[in-house]
Design a protein around this ligand. Structure first.
Ligand code: FAD
Length: 431
């Protein structure tokens, strides 16, 4: 029967890695059935909770993911946290193969004194807040000071700087949350500094789409490295909002306010580059510089967490140790996306590496390395989840929430008003 021939695959995480892995397997194997488990009640990972609201075109990949989810051989199970609601060994028992695509949910710490002061927050949390990530919905960053310092100069740092400086009326027709828009409307932040340890040639902005990105990068570098002429200097002095790059600066300490209660600045060590090529390093010159500010955003990278004690994890690199997506020493277990490669690279990079993982899995299947005989798949997991009081959210449930969000946005000209409270989402679904 078809039941017996079905290749039962489990994917953990519904971001680009999860969806692209599923897409590849469904396309290349006519008997594959893929279940995607997701801890949030809603799908799409960082496409929903990371990509900036003023970059809506990036989110078009959601259409492709939706097509995949509509396949009769694919199912989405949201509101299921792997490692808590169901374990990886339980999944491995129920499926022929398990692919871990759960991304990078932590941020790297600065590891400097004062980091814990109020007024310091991770760019990850700030991004989660303006994008409606449930765990960050109550962040309410303090934007009452006139200067914000962002530690880091990557793409995420740029997104955050842009959101802080964009006049709120330009964000009104995006899917930014109502609450974030309200706080941004009251913002007094006028100046944003992006601080980096290295120089203009090493910054980590993506130069992806040749034209617009390249122009942006050129502009960034030019404004950062050239002295403005008198006219430009006057224009900048009168502009209400400004930003700048501080190169060759390494954060040493977050400086407390006089009463010690909150952040009031950052102490930076001046650095210079030593060595050549790959071995180039930023080393301190001994000079220090203090940058006063009311808000410090640390943007020095995302980091994956271990999901389950049965899965090997390299805590230094923050990835699951793997060879081309095959998890080391665990047959039938695979990984893709940021948890496989580390938290760098755009959606297109994630797509390529997810297809590759899918390919390795199918090679192993052909070589007889996956369990033979039928596997129960979701039937077994559903029984476990229901015994534990967990009620998964299906893709058609998500489509109801999606319609609700779109409807709520309509009155104000927004593409959607995101639901940010998981309890409310479940209530709307009658769970
Ligand atoms: P994620 O997208 O993080 O997906 C992982 C999923 O796994 C999440 O849905 C998560 O909830 C789920 N999960 C985690 N733990 C569990 C668990 N225990 N059980 C079940 N599910 C779990 N790329 C671009 O191309 N263009 C952009 O403009 C762009 N902007 C970005 C902006 C920001 C702020 C960030 C951080 C990234 C941006 N990227 C952009 C990069 C892009 O988002 C990533 O390349 C991509 O999302 C990585 O995919 P992933 O599936 O590995 O991880």
């Amino acid at each position: 029967s078809t039941q017996e021939k079905t290749l039962q695959i489990c994917v953990v995480g519904s971001g680009p890695a999860g969806f692209y892995t599923a897409q590849h397997l469904l396309k290349q194997h006519p008997q594959a059935h893929v279940d995607i488990y997701e801890k949030q009640p809603v799908p799409f990972g960082l496409v929903r909770f990371g990509v900036a609201p003023d970059h809506p075109e990036v989110k078009n990949v959601i259409n492709t993911f939706t097509q995949t989810a509509h396949s009769g051989r694919c199912a989405f199970w949201g509101n299921v946290e792997v490692g808590r609601d169901v374990t990886v060994p339980e999944l491995r028992e129920a499926y022929h193969a398990v692919v871990l695509s759960y991304g990078a949910e932590d941020h790297r710490a600065l590891e400097i004194p004062g980091e814990e002061l109020p007024g310091v927050c991770s760019a990850r949390a700030f991004v989660g807040w303006y994008n409606g990530l449930p765990e960050n919905r109550e962040l309410e960053p303090d934007l009452s000071g006139d200067t914000a310092v962002i530690l880091g100069q990557g793409n995420v740092a740029l997104d955050v700087a842009r959101i802080l400086l964009t006049p709120p009326e330009h964000l009104e027709r995006t899917d930014i949350t109502k609450a974030a828009l309200g706080v941004l409307r009251q913002s007094r932040v006028k100046t944003v500094w992006l601080v980096g340890r290295r120089g203009p040639l090493q910054v980590a902005f993506t130069i992806k789409v040749p034209r617009p990105r390249k122009r942006l990068t050129e502009l960034l570098l030019r404004t950062a490295t050239e002295k403005p002429g008198p006219e430009e200097a006057a224009r900048r002095a009168s502009a209400s909002r400004a930003w700048g790059l501080r190169f060759f600066r390494s954060p040493q300490q977050v400086l407390p306010s006089p009463d010690g209660r909150r952040a009031a600045g950052v102490r930076l060590a001046v650095t210079r580059l030593e060595g050549v090529g790959e071995a180039t390093r930023a080393v301190p010159t001994g000079d220090m510089e203090d940058l006063p500010c009311g808000l410090v955003l640390s943007s020095v990278g995302y980091k994956s967490r271990p999901v389950d004690p049965s899965v090997p994890f390299d805590s230094k690199l923050g990835v699951i140790p793997n060879v081309e997506g095959r998890v080391m020493d665990v047959p039938g277990l695979y990984c893709s996306g940021w948890v496989k490669r580390g938290p760098t690279g755009v959606i297109a990079t994630t797509m390529t590496d997810s297809f590759l993982t899918g390919q390795m899995l199918l090679q192993d299947l052909k070589a007889g390395l996956l369990p033979s005989g039928p596997r129960p798949g979701y039937a077994a997991i559903q029984a476990l989840l229901s015994s534990r009081g967990v009620r998964p959210v299906s893709f058609s449930d998500w489509e109801k929430l999606d319609a609700e969000e779109v409807a709520r946005g309509q009155g104000t000209g927004k593409p959607r008003e995101k639901l940010v409270d998981p309890q409310e989402m479940l209530r709307l679904l009658g769970h």
